[in-house]
Design a protein around this ligand. Structure first.
Ligand code: FES
Ligand SMILES: [Fe+2]
Length: 385
């Protein structure tokens, strides 16, 4: 279950320097590089001449990427600007000598790319106010999980697993039951909730921050852009003013593998001396979740839950909200039709994710057609639904 028309984190900024970088997302191949001004560029990675992998080529001084096979050059708009073996290398370039170019933004230490053709109606990249604020120290982490993005994401959304998998109980009479909470939906298509409990943290540096009887608030938000979760946990208790804030950005590599990017902020243990402990603490939870998610069946997420999630007891509210978001994306016509796409792939018909330029230029202008998507329903019907 993969979706177009989403801003995804394509790579960490510092990984894209003076050579093209290969990135696989949504089961397709892309090339990332920087133009002559240092601005990031994301193109479909398959050369329209004879299908070579553009990320095996090189960045040219004129800001283009050169194909490794016959050195055709493609600029940041995806157009071929030079065919060196032509009699007049810049004169005779066919219109279809172009690849899809996807909008990119460099923000918060990442290169974000918009994989789709309907930028206007998509959820914008969220704000991360802590990023520029000297009050906050930060650490980052990235790891590939061998599971689909939704199984990875549900470990972030699920509160019930916290005491079971991580040993973080909620306190009270039944420490394995999440305290009552309500889900708030926002206009940007995301949602969030607040949990108030007395978690029993029993060891480690963070215990020193807190009187174990004090109340801890945990504010969770989900954003459609980047399939991002944000959690703000008052680790020192509500009155102490110390927080761990995590951002998790989920990028589907394909139907069964997911790149997980994390940025953690803290306003205690300042400076680089605190980084190792901050990362260790968060990574412990990440790798406990990862080993669990990688074994969840089926390997590919179905379009609708096969288990009674949405109707279950109130503790699974965020999971229910997440499936509603997926339903909404599907209704907009943004879900890739994986059955059809697999048949095309098997038949030797390579398809690309459509970029915004596909809405202006006719199909004759492209060598590769676009991936098939499941038909949406029109807006009036969606509003009723
Ligand atoms: S395959 Fe790319 S230039 Fe020929
Ligand atoms: Fe977890």
């Amino acid at each position: 279950m993969l979706f177009t028309n989403i801003w995804y984190v394509a790579e960490s900024s510092d990984k894209v320097t003076d050579q093209p970088v290969s990135v696989r997302m949504l089961g397709r191949d892309f090339v990332l590089f920087r133009d002559s001004n240092g601005a990031p560029v994301c193109l479909s990675g398959v050369c329209p001449h004879r299908g070579a992998d553009l990320s095996q080529g090189k960045c040219e001084p004129d800001g283009t990427v050169g194909c490794p096979f016959h050195a055709w050059r493609f600029d940041s708009t995806g157009k071929c600007t030079k065919i060196p073996s032509n009699k007049d290398p810049v004169g005779e370039i066919p219109t279809a000598a172009r690849v899809d170019s996807y909008p990119t933004q460099e923000k918060y230490g990442y290169i974000w790319t918009f994989l789709g053709d309907d930028l206007e109606n998509a959820a914008p990249i969220l704000d991360i106010p802590e990023f520029e604020d000297p009050e906050w120290s930060k650490v980052t982490h990235a790891v590939t999980w061998n599971c689909n993005q939704h199984w990875a994401k549900q470990l972030d959304l699920d509160h019930v697993h916290l005491p079971i998998v991580h040993g973080i109980g909620f306190g009270g009479d039944n420490p394995v039951r999440p305290p009552d909470h309500t889900v708030e939906y926002r206009d940007d298509g995301g949602f969030g909730t607040k949990i108030v409990g007395k978690p029993d943290i029993t060891k480690g540096k963070w215990l020193e921050l807190r009187d174990t009887r004090s109340t801890v608030t945990s504010v969770f938000k989900y954003f459609v852009a980047g399939f991002t979760s944000r959690g703000k946990v008052a680790v020192g208790g509500v009155d102490n003013g110390t927080y761990n804030i995590f951002y998790q950005f989920t990028t589907p590599i394909d139907e069964e593998n997911t790149r997980m990017y994390y940025t953690f902020f803290r306003n205690f243990m300042p400076g680089p001396e605190g980084d190792a402990e901050h990362l260790r603490r968060n990574c412990r939870n990440i790798y406990q979740d990862k080993s669990l998610a990688e074994k969840v069946m089926p390997k590919r997420a179905p379009d609708v839950p096969v288990y009674p999630t949405i109707t279950a007891d109130l503790e699974d509210k965020l999971i229910g909200a997440y499936w509603k978001v997926l339903q909404d994306l599907r209704n907009k016509g943004w879900q890739i039709d994986r059955v059809q796409l697999e048949a095309l792939d098997k038949n030797g018909d390579y398809r690309t994710i459509p970029s915004p330029a596909r809405r202006q230029d006719g199909p004759e202008e492209w060598v590769f057609e676009e991936i098939p998507r499941i038909a949406g329903i029109d807006k009036a019907q969606r509003d009723v639904a």
